[in-house]
Design a protein around this ligand. Sequence first.
Ligand code: PDD
Length: 300
Amino acid sequence: MAMAATVYVNGQISSERDAVVSVFDHGFLYGEGVYEVCRTYHGQPFLLDRHLTRLRASAGLIALPVPYDDTIFLDRIAETMSAAGLLPWKPGGQDAYIRVLLTRGVGELTYDPAACKTPTLVIIARPHVAPPARVYEEGVNVAIVPIQRNAPEALNPLIKSNNLLNNALAMQRALAQSGFEAVMRNHLGELAECSQSNLFVVRDGQVLTPPLRAGLLAGITRQLALEMCRKERIPFEERSLHDEELFGADEAFLTSSTREIVPIVRVDGREIGTGRPGAVVARLRQAFLAAIARHCPVTT
Ligand code: PDD
């Protein structure tokens, strides 16, 4: 592991070496848990309220009660960040990667949720590692992979679940094909999303992204990108997309909390648009920086 993490587990904060969860935790046994990833800017978690709302929604979709209010999450995150040396933040200081996990907890070997009395709460805080500058300056190649995104009726991608096998298998394929990300289709052959980010294309000045009904995570950065389009008066639409619309796009990009907005310039090694990051992506990146300045102002 590149950078040491500090971990909160059910009230105990320890170094990454000492952070443990029981093998009888249903998060480990069955992947029964939900999570969120967010990062800080200037020491402040970006859009944490939206992440916690989504965590509750994910938990609701697996019938997992969340016995904590937002203040408790906030306090625990701050405690973990302090222990990690990431708070108090000073200008020029390190920003944090924060992963919050809530699992069904420890219980008998049964799928009956009644077997687990207390959920396990884990918070991982470590210095945020941004993708290299060339990712933003030059754009990336993505691979369309044969692994389909989970069908919503089977395992709804709206659940940000710790059960990440679908995502991991897709990314394995992308890595084998030199892809920065894996683009997945749904069971209907429509483009859905990437293994750990959402997908957008730009065609004739219009920003397009697959609708939630295509089976994808309601990305916080995806939603922010759509809000920025509205604010910047860039036409946008959520609609069903296919391979041809990605290959034939003027621009394309992916979004995530840890990667922000990354220009896509090649798909399966084939250049799209000019082969360089385009003007619409540049405008959205600017708007993104403004949103950070608004939500997480530098305080001294
Ligand atoms: N990934 N789609 C999937 C499948 C994801 O796992 C993620 C987030 C996104 C983007 O969502 P957001 O903008 O809310 O981060 C889309 C996180 C960063 C991760 O797993 O590390």
